[in-house]
Design a protein around this ligand. Structure first.
Ligand code: ZN
Length: 174
């Protein structure tokens, strides 16, 4: 299926109080609606690691999405507006991997004007330092905020995917 034309995307990107830019519903969205595909260059984890080796240690303003043990999507190359959807620990959207592609769906009804979020749940490898924890502190402000953009400490199998935090990924085999 080809990517939807931009006109069909039911959100706009503008400044967000949460972080930089964000995506905001421009009409009411139904639960279960597929909103957009997360597009970008498909690269290996090794390439992603090399590409963001130093920079990402200081900030995580990269647009990496870990699709599988083989593949990362880097939305800073050829990405679309899906990359501007911010993180929340109690999100109204979710990212779903379908045959190695990533789509953002509404997980509940969303009113026009609401900001869209999904849970980034950056992968952990068990070597996270307190610096890492601080770097990935979450300020989503929801009642369910777990305090970090990193995945919950206990693997949460309800999460359909894990976006990649480069530094947590470097020791991973495969
Ligand atoms: Zn949070």
């Amino acid at each position: 299926m080809p990517p939807r034309p931009a006109a069909a995307v039911p959100f706009i990107v503008r400044r967000s109080a949460v972080a930089g830019r964000g995506a905001f519903a421009r009409r009411d969205i139904k639960k279960g609606e597929r909103l957009i595909e997360y597009l970008g260059e498909r690269i290996s984890h090794a390439t992603a690691d090399a590409r963001y080796e130093d920079e990402t240690m200081r900030s995580h303003h990269t647009f990496l999405f870990s699709v599988s043990r083989r593949t990362v999507i880097d939305a800073s190359v050829g990405g679309n507006d899906a990359r501007f959807i911010n993180h929340s620990c109690d999100p109204n959207c979710e990212a779903v991997i379908e045959r190695s592609r990533v789509f953002i769906y509404a997980r509940r009804p969303i009113a026009a004007g609401e900001e869209l979020f999904y849970d980034y749940a950056y992968e952990r490898d068990g070597t996270e330092t307190s610096e890492d924890e601080a770097r990935y502190a979450c300020r989503c402000g929801t009642a369910r905020c777990r305090g970090t953009i990193l995945a919950p400490r206990k693997p949460d199998h309800r999460l359909p995917h894990h976006a990649v935090a480069r530094h947590t990924d470097k020791h991973r085999g495969a």
